[in-house]
Design a protein around this ligand. Structure first.
Ligand code: C2E
Ligand code: MG
Ligand code: MG
Ligand code: MG
Length: 281
C-alpha cells in the first residue's frame, strides 16, 4: 500500500513538474517578445508614514500582461529572466520606465515622492549597469533624490568590495539604498554594519501573523532596533490589517507598505495619490 501510494505521489509530482516546466519554458521563450511588444508595465505601491498618516514614498513593481497566461507575477518571471540573462534588459526597461514616469509627473505639476526600484543582483553586477542607470536619469532629467534602489543580501555574497564601491558612488549622488526582504536570508549583523545603507525593509513573511506569533514580534522589534541603531529608516512590507499596523507603530517604524493601506496602483491611481498624499486604510 505504501509502495503504491508513493508511486501515485510520484506520478502526480511528475505530471505537475511537466506542467510547470512547460509553463516555465514558454515564459522564458516569451520574455523577449513581451519586452518588444510592450506587454510589461509598472505599478506603484504607496508607503505610508504611520506618524503623519500620509504617503511618503512608493515602490515601483513590474507587471506582465501575457497574451495567453494573462497576468504573470514577477515572483514567477523575474527568476526565469535571471536564468536567461534577460534580467539586464528587463531591469534596464524598468529604470527607464520609472524615470520617464517621474519626468511626466513632474511636467504635469505633481509634487513628486521618492520611488524605489528593485534591482536584481545579477543586473546590478553587470559591468555597464551604473552607466545605463545614470544615462536614464540624465535623459529624463530625474533628480537622484527621487530614486531609491532596493537590493537584497544575495548581492553581497562574493562581491562585498565591488558592491560597496558602487553603492558609495550612488549614495554620494543622492540615491537612497534600501535592503529588501530583511529577515529571510543571512541577515548578518557584520555586513549590515559595514555597508552604511539608508533603509531596512522587514520582509512580509515576518509581518504576516505578527499579531499572534510572539517570536515574530520579538524578531521584528529586534530588527527595528538594529536598523535604528545603525541610523537606518525601517520599513515594514506586507502589512495587511489594523492589528499588524498597530503593533508596528508601537515599534516606532518609519514607513508601512501593504494591502492595509494600498495594493500596488496603476499610474492613474498613483497620480491621484500624488495630488493629496492622503490615503484611506
Ligand atoms: P519585493 O520587492 O519584496 O516586493 C514586495 C512584494 O509584496 C510585491 O509583490 C508586492 O505586491 C507584495 N505585497 C505588498 N504588500 C503586500 C501585502 O500586504 N500582502 C501581500 N501578500 N503581498 C504584498 P510583487 O509585485 O508580486 O513582486 C514580487 C517580487 O518580484 C518583488 O518582491 C521583487 O523581488 C520582484 N520584483 C517586482 N518588480 C520588480 C522589478 O521591477 N525588478 C526586479 N528586479 N524585481 C522585481
Ligand atoms: Mg522590493
Ligand atoms: Mg521586499
Ligand atoms: Mg520580497
Amino acid at each position: 500500500r505504501v509502495k503504491n501510494r508513493s508511486k501515485n505521489d510520484y506520478e502526480f509530482f511528475d505530471r505537475e513538474m511537466k506542467i510547470s516546466n512547460q509553463r516555465a519554458f514558454q515564459i522564458k521563450n516569451d520574455l523577449r517578445m513581451g519586452l518588444e511588444n510592450n506587454q510589461f508595465y509598472m505599478v506603484y505601491q504607496p508607503k505610508v508614514s504611520p506618524e503623519e498618516g500620509i504617503v511618503t514614498s512608493c515602490e515601483a513593481l513590474i507587471r506582465w500582461k501575457h497574451p495567453d497566461f494573462q497576468e504573470i507575477s514577477p515572483g514567477e518571471f523575474i527568476p526565469l529572466a535571471e536564468e536567461l540573462g534577460m534580467i539586464n534588459d528587463i531591469g534596464d526597461w524598468v529604470i527607464e520606465n520609472v524615470c520617464r514616469q517621474l519626468q511626466q509627473w513632474e511636467s504635469l505639476g505633481y509634487d513628486l515622492l521618492p520611488v524605489s526600484i528593485n534591482l536584481s543582483s545579477s543586473q546590478f553586477l553587470q559591468v555597464n549597469f551604473t552607466e545605463k542607470f545614470w544615462s536614464h536619469l540624465q535623459t529624463y532629467r530625474v533628480h537622484p533624490a527621487w530614486i531609491q534602489i532596493e537590493i537584497t543580501e544575495s548581492l553581497f555574497i562574493d562581491n562585498m568590495k565591488y558592491v560597496q564601491q558602487i553603492l558609495e558612488t550612488m549614495k554620494e549622488q543622492g540615491i537612497k539604498v534600501a535592503l529588501d526582504d530583511f529577515g529571510t536570508g543571512y541577515s548578518s549583523l557584520a555586513y549590515l554594519q559595514k555597508l552604511d545603507l539608508d533603509i531596512l525593509k522587514i520582509d512580509k513573511s515576518l509581518i504576516r501573523g505578527i499579531s499572534n506569533v510572539s517570536t515574530k514580534k520579538e524578531i521584528a522589534t529586534t530588527i527595528v532596533q538594529l536598523g535604528k541603531s545603525l541610523g537606518m529608516k525601517v520599513v515594514a512590507e506586507g502589512v495587511e490589517n489594523k492589528d499588524e499596523m498597530e503593533i508596528l507603530c508601537r515599534y516606532d517604524i518609519d514607513e508601512i507598505q501593504g494591502y492595509y493601506y494600498s495594493k500596488p496602483l496603476t499610474v492613474p491611481a498613483m497620480s491621484e495619490i500624488l495630488k493629496t498624499k492622503k490615503i484611506v486604510p
